[in-house]
Design a protein around this ligand. Structure first.
Ligand SMILES: Cc1cc2nc3c(=O)[nH]c(=O)nc-3n(C[C@H](O)[C@H](O)[C@H](O)COP(=O)(O)OP(=O)(O)OC[C@H]3O[C@@H](n4cnc5c(N)ncnc54)[C@H](O)[C@@H]3O)c2cc1C
Length: 405
C-alpha cells in the first residue's frame, strides 16, 4: 500500500467525472483519481436517446427542486450553489453550446451525448484528472484514511467522493450508510385493457389524469399519454411511475387512471351533443364526438361498451349517452405493473438523513462525500437526473476543498 494521493472518486459516470472537474477547476494543484471499471462517461452515452438532455430550463430554484419526487428539499442547497444556469455556462465555457427545446429540456447543440462526453473528458485530461479503469472491490475507513482495494492494488485517500450510481450500493453499505430500498422508476406501464395496445402510436395530448390506488386519490396530473404495442408511455406516464414507485400495484390491485379525454366537463359535452342532435340528427354516433376524442380510440370505446356506432345520433338512448360521456370525462385504465426490465433511474439509495445537504458530506464519516444518483434523490424526465449529478458533484467538490484548508 502506497500512493498518498489527495482525493479519490469512485465512479466515472456524470457525477464522478463532474466532481473531478469541479475539484480541478477550483484548485488545479489537487490530485484527483477517479476509479471505474468502465470507460469514463459510458453511462452518459444513452442519455436523452443519445442526445443528452443534460438539464431543464427553469430558473426558479424552488420550482426546479419540485421536479424531484424524492429529495426535493435535500437538493435545494446543491441547486443553489450550482444551478441549471451555472451548468449551461460551464458547458459553454468548455465548448458545449446548448439549446432549449420547446418542452424546456436542454440539449447540447451537437445533439450528441458522445460529443458531450468527449468534451467533458478532454477538459478532465487537460486539467490532469487521473482515471484508473478498475473496479473497487472493498473499502475501509481506518479512522483517518479511506483504504480502497481494486483487484490489482490498494489505494489510500484522505477524502473520498462516492459516485457509484443507482445500481451499486455495496461500498456505501460497507461505510455503514443506510440504503433506502432501491426501485427503478421512469418506466412505461402495463394496463389490464390490452385491447388499447392496438392503438400503438396514438398520443393523447394534454389530458388530465386522476390516479387512484386502494380507493385513495394519489395524483392529479396533466400531460401526454402514448399508446405503444405493450404499454402506455410518455412523460406523464413516467411521472406516474415515479410518483407511485413504492405502491405495490398488481393485476389484482391495480392503479386506476381516470382520464379526461375530452378536455371538457360532463355538462359541456351534454349541451354540445344536445345541439348537435338537433342540427345534425343523421350523423352516426361514431362521427359525432370527434371534438372530444380521437376517432380510433372512440370506436374502441364504443365496441367495448357494446354501443352500435353506426346508429344515428338522434337514435342514441339516454343510457348510451351517459356511458359515452362518462368515458369521455373519466376514461378508465387499470395499471397492473411496470413493463418488465424497464425503468431508467433509481429511486432510493443513500439515506439523505445521513448526508449534510449543504456540503454533501457524510454525517457518519467525515471526509466522505456523495454525489449523483446513488443519493436518495431522483427527478422526473426532462434533464433533472443529470442536473442532480452536476449540482451534487459540484457541491461535494467545493465543500471537500474548503474542508482541506
Ligand atoms: C437510457 C437512459 C437514458 C437517460 N437519459 C437521461 C437524460 O436524458 N437526462 C437525464 O437527466 N437523465 C437521464 N438518465 C439518467 C442519468 O443517466 C443518470 O441519472 C446518471 O447517469 C447518474 O449518474 P451517476 O454518475 O450518479 O451514476 P452512473 O451514471 O450510474 O455512474 C456510476 C458509475 O460508477 C461505476 N461504479 C459503480 N460501482 C463501482 C465500483 N465498485 N468500482 C468502480 N466503479 C464503479 C459504474 O461503472 C458507473 O460508471 C438516463 C438513464 C438511462 C439509463
Amino acid at each position: 500500500m502506497k500512493s498518498e494521493l489527495e482525493i479519490g472518486i469512485i465512479g466515472a459516470g456524470p457525477a464522478g467525472v463532474f466532481a473531478a472537474l469541479s475539484v480541478k477547476e477550483t484548485n488545479e494543484n489537487t490530485e484527483v483519481t477517479v476509479f471505474d471499471w468502465q470507460e469514463p462517461l459510458t453511462t452518459l452515452l444513452p442519455t436523452g436517446g443519445g442526445r443528452c438532455n443534460f438539464s431543464y430550463f427553469e430558473t426558479d430554484i424552488k420550482t426546479f427542486a419540485s421536479y424531484y419526487p424524492r429529495g426535493s428539499k435535500f437538493i435545494l442547497s446543491a441547486l443553489t450553489r450550482f444551478s441549471m444556469n451555472d451548468t449551461v455556462d460551464y458547458f459553454e465555457k468548455i465548448g458545449i453550446k446548448s439549446y432549449v427545446q420547446s418542452d424546456n429540456r436542454i440539449f447540447p447543440i451537437s445533439d450528441s451525448a458522445k460529443k458531450t462526453a468527449e468534451k467533458l473528458l478532454a477538459r478532465g485530461n487537460k486539467l490532469g484528472v487521473k482515471f484508473i479503469q478498475q473496479r473497487v472491490s472493498h473499502i475501509f475507513h481506518d479512522g483517518e484514511n479511506f483504504i480502497i482495494s481494486t483487484y490489482e492494488k490498494d489505494y489510500r485517500f484522505k477524502k473520498l467522493i462516492l459516485a457509484t450510481g443507482g445500481k451499486n450500493f455495496k461500498l456505501a453499505r460497507a461505510l455503514k450508510h443506510k440504503i433506502i430500498t432501491p426501485a427503478l422508476t421512469l418506466a412505461p406501464l402495463e394496463i389490464a385493457e390490452k385491447e388499447y395496445y392496438e392503438l400503438s402510436g396514438l398520443t393523447l395530448k394534454d389530458v388530465w389524469v386522476k390516479v387512484y390506488y386502494d380507493n385513495k386519490k394519489l395524483l392529479n396530473l396533466a400531460g401526454n399519454i402514448l399508446f405503444t404495442k405493450n404499454s402506455i408511455s410518455g412523460p406523464l406516464i413516467f411521472k406516474i411511475s415515479s410518483c407511485c414507485v413504492y405502491e405495490k400495484y398488481t393485476s389484482e390491485n391495480p392503479l386506476e387512471l381516470q382520464i379526461n379525454l375530452a378536455g371538457q366537463n360532463y355538462t359541456y359535452i351534454d349541451n354540445f351533443i344536445k345541439d348537435f342532435r338537433i342540427n345534425s340528427p343523421k350523423t352516426t354516433i361514431k362521427n359525432s364526438f370527434g371534438a372530444f376524442c380521437p376517432k380510433n380510440l372512440f370506436e374502441k370505446i364504443l365496441k367495448k361498451e357494446e354501443i352500435d356506432g353506426t346508429k344515428q345520433i338522434s337514435q342514441m338512448t339516454n343510457k348510451e349517452k351517459e356511458i359515452i360521456l362518462e368515458n369521455l370525462t373519466e376514461f378508465k385504465l387499470h395499471v397492473t405493473g411496470k413493463v418488465i426490465g424497464t425503468g431508467i433511474v433509481t429511486a432510493g439509495g443513500v439515506d439523505t438523513d445521513e448526508i449534510n445537504p449543504t456540503t454533501m458530506e457524510s454525517k457518519i464519516i467525515s471526509g466522505l462525500f456523495f454525489a449523483g444518483e446513488m443519493i436518495n434523490v431522483d427527478g422526473f424526465t426532462g434533464g433533472f437526473n443529470l442536473q442532480n449529478c452536476w449540482s451534487t458533484a459540484h457541491l461535494a467538490a467545493i465543500s471537500l476543498l474548503q474542508e482541506k484548508k
